[in-house]
Design a protein around this ligand. Structure first.
Ligand code: RIB
Length: 306
């Protein structure tokens, strides 16, 4: 069985569907319903991995408030071990303001709240959990010192480290050198490598640059164009599963979950990337982050279609 620890953020997503994303300074009238949906990149990846059958523990922080309560309850429903989520009485639970336009594109603003208080000490306290799994999943919605500490501990214990470098930010070599598998989207890959990623040659160049920093394997997600696995010798493109997209929020998180579960189960890189593509595609067919994460049956069915 895949055993995964996710260290990252928990947010309550406040979601409004709009005819189109407003331009700066513009007001757009959206749908009457405001949806409150469990989200946060870390929690989404924990929830998504558990839905696919992995044994998952999450490390992070939520406020001592009702959003925190709801987010933890939702993770528990998917059987995520939440014992290492600290309730922080000095901060509110993270919140994401999300507008989703027709066709599924979105725009997101995050107020980090308690996520911004995750510290290297929180991570050290959970060392026993980190060393008990076969994969560590990280993103960038908690402070960098905590991310680096987690990667250091995992490497020390021989645990594979997967980093989904979202939201995009420049990263020190100190962190990149600890990453076994980096899963950026095109924007993140370009920012981190300083290269364009439009053509195969450019993608190869960007991945080579990231490998020079110490990253072992790069998998780039490319939205409706699927994803690409870039090894030292070649680029392999995996087309997206054709689906009608309603909301792309957390499609990237679903990809990471699908990939991580398959990889931790011992599947090959190409096979695990296909699992990621399938999970990402399914997640984009439903509104919201965690409610859109597919279960194993749904994933197995779509995998058989192509
Ligand atoms: O990746 C999607 C997530 O980004 C949302 O759930 C939102 O909380 C933001 O963190």
């Amino acid at each position: 069985m895949a055993r995964i620890v996710v260290i990252g953020s928990l947010n309550m997503d406040l979601v409004v569907q709009v005819p189109r994303i407003p331009k700066p300074g513009e007001t757009v009238l959206g749908a009457d319903d405001l949806h409150m949906i469990p989200g946060g990149k870390g929690a989404n990846q924990a929830y998504g991995s558990a839905r696919l059958g992995a044994d998952v523990a999450m490390i992070g922080r939520a406020g001592d408030d009702s959003f925190g309560e709801q987010l933890i309850t939702n993770l528990k429903k998917a059987c995520v071990d939440t014992h290492h989520i600290t309730r922080d009485s000095n901060a509110s639970t993270g919140v994401a303001l999300i507008v989703v336009e027709e066709g599924g594109q979105n725009s997101i603003v995050v107020s980090s709240g308690a996520n911004g208080h995750v510290s290297p000490l929180d991570i050290s306290r959970a060392e026993a959990v980190i060393q008990s799994v076969n994969l560590l999943l990280l993103q960038l919605e908690i402070p960098l010192p905590a991310v680096i500490k987690a990667a250091q501990l995992a490497q020390h214990h021989g645990i594979k480290v997967v980093l989904n470098p979202a939201p995009a930010q420049l990263l020190p070599e100190e962190l990149l050198s600890l990453i076994d598998i980096l899963i950026p989207n095109e924007t993140e890959a370009s920012l981190l490598s300083g290269c364009d990623v439009g053509t195969d040659d450019e993608i190869k160049q960007a991945a080579d640059k990231l490998r020079q920093f110490g990253v072992k394997t790069v998998i780039m997600t490319r939205g409706s164009r699927g994803s690409s696995l870039i090894t030292e010798n070649e680029i392999v493109h995996f087309p997206a599963f054709p689906v009608e997209s309603v909301d792309t929020t957390a499609a990237g998180d679903a990809f990471v979950s699908g990939f991580a579960v398959a990889f931790a189960e011992g599947k090959s890189f190409p096979e695990a990337v296909r699992y990621g593509n399938a999970a990402g595609a399914l997640a984009s067919t439903k509104l919201g982050a965690q409610p859109s994460m597919p279960d194993r049956d749904a994933l197995d069915s779509i995998l058989q279609t192509v």
